[in-house]
Design a protein around this ligand. Structure first.
Ligand SMILES: NC(=O)c1ccc[n+]([C@@H]2O[C@H](COP(=O)([O-])OP(=O)(O)OC[C@H]3O[C@@H](n4cnc5c(N)ncnc54)[C@H](O)[C@@H]3O)[C@@H](O)[C@H]2O)c1
Length: 417
């Protein structure tokens, strides 16, 4: 997908988010078909460069005219959520060098099927929320908070990431599982797609510490879905070590994956979310960093990790201030230790085994002793779990009046000042 389509697809997706208040997928098609909705963005172009705001304005105006012509009541559906309406399912976009076709539908499989059958029947919108009170609507939106939304989870192949993938898919989202371990991401996606009997998850290979790789990952998501609503920057690594002798390479690796990568992921994801916001100014999107309790207080002989996580909070607050203009919320979740996850419990290289072997916990004779030592430090006497983090994630997505926050999920181990 070229740069132009990378901009046009989210602008088009924004039109539907705005008109329906619901999530859609927008896919490029190769075949030119007869369609009644043509958007000519040439006035917004200079050579191959496009003025994004102007293109968004042209797209909105064209789409409004289409709706006006196709709506018996002449109601302007772009302003009126919740009224039964029709929207175009196939849009052609004329640029200075090409004509692009985009297809739209409520979910990925339906959209792929539509393209296969070259089905240009309009997209029906109907909403049952019309007669509900605002409090009933609030409750409805709460339980359907992630329904049909497009989400990205980095480091989604295992650990907390895998838990978040399963939780978001369970809540009805289409989830891109991005990981250095592509096979792991693919295995998880296959398992979930088989379980649900439709495409609910897609693997993407990515090294979040490399700019080109992040750029390609985001381009791939736009090509597969037209944009995205939720980005969870979860991939992270831990290399413990004393400041007296830790190798610079280890320090830099932790900084690259935990800190710099959050900048890279936000940079490219926010570009897409911003394009959507140009046509859907009331649609909220979320960038959420999975931080750590070590981003809120220091960690002995673990400075590279704690420093990278503290830095993450600084980025969260700064990005939140800048991106609020586009209704992109940026927040962090700071979980406590996930004792059941592979980082701690892996029988060969997990932290419990490592701490037992290095005698870090005085008097510990077994892995169980080491675990008991760490559990005793937590007021709630247990480690953090996937569902604990998911509750915080759903809260952040639902709460539209908060950004730049770090939400601790630590069983009381770390309390905010
Ligand atoms: N495990 C804990 O106790 C704990 C506690 C608090 C916060 N966290 C944070 O939660 C997040 C997930 O931790 P986890 O324990 O589930 O880790 P994990 O090691 O179990 O899984 C991390 C995943 O990220 C992937 N990954 C690593 N480097 C990558 C890169 N450069 N690009 C793309 N993918 C990469 C790995 O392949 C793996 O699938 C991290 O940010 C971590 O700091 C973990």
């Amino acid at each position: 997908m070229n740069r132009l389509m990378q901009i046009i697809a989210p602008i088009l997706r924004g039109l539907y988010l705005h008109a329906t208040g619901q999530s859609v997928v927008v896919l490029p098609g190769n075949t030119l078909v007869e369609t009644e909705c043509h958007i000519d963005v040439r006035p917004a172009m200079q050579g191959e460069d496009i003025h994004e705001e102007m293109a968004a304005k042209i797209a909105s105006e064209t789409c409004k005219s289409w709706i006006f012509e196709h709506s018996p009541s002449g109601v302007d559906a772009l302003q009126t959520h919740g009224i039964s309406q029709q929207l175009p399912s196939c849009i052609q976009v004329q640029t200075t060098s090409n004509i692009y076709t985009f297809w739209v539908d409520w979910d990925l499989d339906r959209c792929r099927d539509r393209i296969q059958r070259l089905d240009t029947q309009p997209l029906e919108i109907s909403s049952q929320t019309k007669s509900m009170s605002s409090y009933e609507q609030l409750f409805q939106s709460r339980i359907r908070i992630a329904e049909r939304k497009v989400a990205l989870i980095t480091g989604g192949a295992q650990g907390f990431g895998e838990e978040l993938v399963q939780g978001l898919v369970g809540a009805g989202a289409l989830v891109f599982i991005a990981d250095l371990n592509y096979n792991g991401a693919q295995t998880l996606a296959n398992r979930l797609n088989t379980h649900y009997g439709r495409t609910v998850a897609l693997p993407v290979a990515c090294n979040v510490a490399e700019e080109t790789s992040v750029q390609e990952m985001v381009a791939h998501i736009v090509e597969q879905a037209g944009g995205l609503d939720i980005c969870v920057s979860n991939a992270g690594i831990l290399k413990a070590g004393s400041v007296l002798d830790q190798e610079l390479a280890a320090f830099k690796l932790v900084t690259d994956v935990n800190y710099t990568a959050f900048f890279l992921v936000t940079k490219y994801v926010a570009q897409v979310m911003r394009c959507q916001a140009l046509t859907a100014p009331e649609w909220y999107t979320d960038i959420i960093q999975i931080n750590s309790k070590s981003g809120l207080e220091g960690s002995n002989k673990n400075g590279a990790y704690a420093g990278s996580k503290f830095g993450g909070i600084g980025l969260v607050q700064s990005f939140a201030m800048e991106l609020v203009e586009y209704n992109i919320k940026v927040n962090a979740i700071c979980p406590g230790n996930f004792f059941d996850g592979p980082l701690w419990s892996d029988p060969q290289k997990g932290l419990f085994v490592q701490y037992l072997q290095t005698g870090k916990v005085l008097g510990a004779k077994t892995v169980t002793d080491v675990r008991a030592f760490y559990e005793a430090k937590i007021p709630m006497k247990r480690g953090c779990t996937g569902p604990d983090v998911l509750r915080a994630l759903f809260y952040i997505i639902e709460q539209v009046y908060e950004t730049g926050q770090a939400v601790p999920v630590t069983g009381g181990q770390v309390m905010l000042h």
